[in-house]
Design a protein around this ligand. Sequence first.
Ligand code: PMP
Length: 401
Amino acid sequence: IFDGVEKGAPIEVFALNKAFLEDTCSDKVNLGVGAYRTEEGKPWVLPVVKKAEKAVVDDATLNHEYLPVLGLDTYAAAATGLLLGEDSLQIKNKNAFGIQTLSGTGALRLGAEFLAIVMGRRTFYYSDPTWENHQKVFLSAGFTDGHYYRYWDPQLRGIDFDGLISDLKKAPEGSVIILHACAHNPTGCDPTKEQWVKIADVIEEKKLFPFFDSAYQGFASGDPVHDAFAVRYFVERGFELFCAQSFAKNFGLYNERIGNLTVVQRNPATTAAIQSRMTLLVRFMYSNPPAFGGRIVGKVLNNAELRQEWMESIKTMSSRIIKMRSLLRGELEKLGTPGTWEHITNQIGMFSYTGLNEEQVKIMIEKYHIYLLASGRINMCGLNEKNVKYVANAIYESILA
Ligand code: PMP
């Protein structure tokens, strides 16, 4: 009965990673997959995470009973507090709450299912370009009508802000607008504070629904408050919104699948109804979430000393990325590489949109064994002091080829 099953399209980032692993060249560099790497090119288990893991394992009061369907309260509240600020009025007034989800993707999926199934929403907008999963997650959740809003201007190597505003103005009332809270993936370009004000004006005026995606809080700038600016600004202005949070990058807990869906709404009396419908959606999808990641993040965020240690670790990660940006730009400029390269240091977060075209990317992969997405996106974490010259030279040669 399965004879007619045809293969689906490959997932670019995983295919790229596989090709990298199979490549036997000793100079190979992986700038594809979105995960942090140390100066030695290794994954990093944050010391504070190790500590919290040990405490969880040694805690004799814990067991493997099911968690509630919406997850661990203490964790979800801490995640929402990290996003909105512990002194947030919305939290105090019970207008905001969190739901533990299967990482950021799970939060997006649950939020999208709620909007499609419970609220009957069908139309959504995403930036052009965006993280490749946004569209697919929303379509899988029941949305049928996806559109992009302009974002990246290749000439400017920055945001096409007029295009963005004009596209949002055309969105029909009730459309769901996916916004990257910080460290836009893949471009690394975030709106300025003044631009966020204008985006919020249009969303308010056109009665659109903001759905933030926060996958890099603290990891982007080293300061979780700075990285939460956009979400907090919208919340302080009185918007009702969803925000998907991921602790994959900022805690290095990629495979623990630990995320949170923060819901902000105006009427605390509807909290119970929203939670009940969310409970049913989760129950029919995966029943309830796993505990380990939530216990770790909850322990760290709810303990002043551990939280401080985490703050130091996110500074370590973000400052290494910022240093790599400046080294790469410096090398490219030293070589006299055609084009301008300020965008490499202006961009924020893990990714940089280099501006390399598909042909140049092909040369980078085939000739230099440097793996990056066809869009020209590179993960800055794949760079280190030993390979940055090699990568810069390959970019130079690919552009001249
Ligand atoms: N949104 C964006 C923009 C991302 O870059 C990522 C991670 N690549 C995610 C969401 C979610 O990832 P995860 O499901 O691993 O938390």
